[in-house]
Design a protein around this ligand. Structure first.
Ligand code: AP5
Length: 224
């Protein structure tokens, strides 16, 4: 089964992707994480991507599509993918359809994380991440036991440079203008499932699992 998490920055896609992918043995493909790794590693792609990411803009499709296709080709034909932050525009959605077709597969369900812009800003400006293991916290909603220190590995927490309020506002504008149109694209394909992303994380998790455990019409027809 191949799943897409779609929604504005700060909607909680990464938080849910981390637990769902582990629980259901899915390959978590986060384009944000892949791009940040490329930037940290100083690769040619990373160097090109950096200037867009710092400004809160989308990285050009040709860079992102190649990174995703490469990552998915390493997963193999039997893998289930959980795509987090990809696709982000129509060209990327079509490229994803092609990549999956090449693997004899398709997008089965798209979870749209619905959240107000005010809440997304609060979530991002209060987000803290572990510099070592990548664990994700929020200073108000999911605080670590000791401020500034990771509960899991004891290393210091830091903030993402693009989580400054002005860059967050830019990212939300880019989402509205370039990504939100995918809600219709997937609705028309009959695979969209809207999630109230302002709920507690545990309730969102339960709601996603419930949908993933419900057989699709195709699966029911296949069984009869
Ligand atoms: P990316 O890393 O993908 O960032 P994003 O989509 O902007 O999403 P975020 O990671 O900021 O938010 P999230 O929804 O994952 O929220 P999270 O779970 O962390 O992309 C970064 C940049 O890379 C882009 O700007 C672009 O430049 C480039 N890029 C990436 N993909 C690209 C693509 N396909 N094409 C072109 N460019 C691309 O949660 C946020 C906070 O809220 C956390 O503190 C968390 O603890 C807290 N939280 C989560 N859930 C809850 C809850 N239910 N209740 C309370 N708090 C919660």
């Amino acid at each position: 089964m191949n799943v897409v998490f779609l929604g504005p920055p700060g909607a909680g896609k990464g938080t849910q992707a981390e637990t769902i992918s582990k629980k259901r043995n899915m390959e978590h493909v986060s384009t944000g994480d892949l791009l940040r790794e490329a930037v940290q590693g100083g690769t040619a792609t990373g160097m090109k991507a950096k200037k867009y990411m710092e400004k809160g803009l989308l990285v050009p499709d040709e860079l992102v599509v190649d990174i995703v296709a490469d990552r998915m080709s390493k997963g193999g034909h039997d893998s289930s993918f959980l795509l987090d932050g990809f696709p982000r525009n129509l060209a990327q959605a079509k490229a994803l359809d092609q990549t999956l077709k090449g693997l004899g597969n398709k997008v089965d369900v798209v979870f749209y994380f619905a959240i107000s812009e005010d809440m997304a800003v609060k979530r991002l400006t209060g987000r803290w991440l572990c510099s070592s293991c990548g664990a994700n916290y929020h200073e108000l909603y999911m605080p670590p036991e000791k401020a500034g220190i990771c509960d899991k590995c004891g290393k210091p927490l830091g903030q993402r440079p693009d989580d400054k309020v002005e860059t967050v506002k830019k990212r939300l504008k880019v989402y509205r203008e370039q990504t939100a149109g995918l809600i219709d694209y997937y609705e028309r394909k009959g695979v969209l499932k809207t999630i109230d992303a302002e709920q507690r994380a545990e309730l969102i998790h339960e709601s996603i699992c419930k949908t993933l455990d419900t057989p699709s019409k195709e699966e029911i027809y296949d069984r009869v």
